[in-house]
Design a protein around this ligand. Sequence first.
Ligand SMILES: Cc1ncc(COP(=O)(O)O)c(C=O)c1O
Length: 434
Amino acid sequence: MTQLLQTPVKSPSGTFTKLVSKEGGTEYEPLPIHICEETFAPLEVAYDYDAIRRLVSRESIAAGPNSIWRYKAFLPVATDNPIDVGTGMTPLVKSTRLARRLGLKNLYIKNDAVNMPTLSFKDRVVSVALTRAREFGFSTVSCASTGNLANSTAAIAAHAGLECCVFIPADLEAGKILGTLIYNPTVMAVKGNYDQVNRLCSEVANTYGWGFVNINLRPYYSEGSKTLGFEVAEQLGWQLPDHVVVPVASGSLYTKIYKGFREFVKVGLVDDKPVRFSGAQAEGCSPVAQAFKEGRDFISPVKPNTIAKSIAIGNPADGVYALELARKTGGQIETVTDAEIIAGIKLLAETEGIFTETAGGTTIAVLQKLVEAGKIDPEETTVAYITGNGLKTQEAIQGAIGEPFAIDANLGSFERAWERAQTLERLDWQQVLV
Ligand SMILES: Cc1ncc(COP(=O)(O)O)c(C=O)c1O
């Protein structure tokens, strides 16, 4: 059942060179491996930044594809023909109404709720991982997912003609399950939480020799999240923001946006400046925030219990690195309740016309909390990362939004309903004013 791997493919331009252990620095060939044999620490892709500096400029990037692949020199794939399904280059929206509501002057929303093809940032990491999987010669790809990753893996595998089997917790939202099944992969709905799904997948990966995007391909997969740093810097006019607010599950996205910013500084594409990194977690699954608040430098795993299922990881693989990053950059890792997450989803929708899922509701609610606590200066350029789409988590807001007026097809019926609507609106305002 184990598949034969082709020889490892190295970058012909020499931009990525090897894998390096995050603890101790032991070096490895860029193979489908993810853990250091000596320290059991995660492996990370290392690059030759002199080679990248020679290859890229602001102009060459701007002239590249309108997708994450304009940053190919910074991504760990060898091919000139990556899987490009239009992922990336999502809008960076300068907020006016939400900013005013929060009292901020320079707030931006990075809107990956409209990322392609499956409406979450996971399309970035999967595009990179499956391009790499193809280079290694895997014909079957897989993942352990909280929902969005399964959507992306199934869709992009379908596009690339790869066999696909994904693993999810059985209790995911209907939209997430349907949004995977439509691509016709094999879906394993596991009776257990994400951390149990992940443990099972590690065993399957060892036995079956499949390309698991977030297990044996994790060093390559996680690099895809850097593009959320690159794009924001480019869209701000080749500048770094002052403060970012990012949802934290495994902690990979949060730490890789930082890596993206640092790489742009390293090769001279942007000027250096401090960027504060704040993380957002749901109170019902907040192992990183708890360690942050208690001043610990280790993570105590928790059992998730929150509506924010996409970020419900109780034992986060990159948790300690997220913790370090928040402390090093002077950011915060804050939590919000499920009720606050719902309020965050509604607030973003009503002020900006962006419908996000629970992870985005968590980010907006944490943003609001940080502003109220005086942790965000109104003048600083702040970017809130919205990483997924609300149409996939409709259960979360059932009962928390209005209902349509059911009317007959005549003017009188409309007028009576309109009168009632006006009264309701006035009542709403009176509640706000109390
Ligand atoms: C919508 C969304 N946002 C954020 C995250 C957090 O990602 P990470 O595990 O890289 O911290 C996830 C993870 O699945 C997600 O689905």
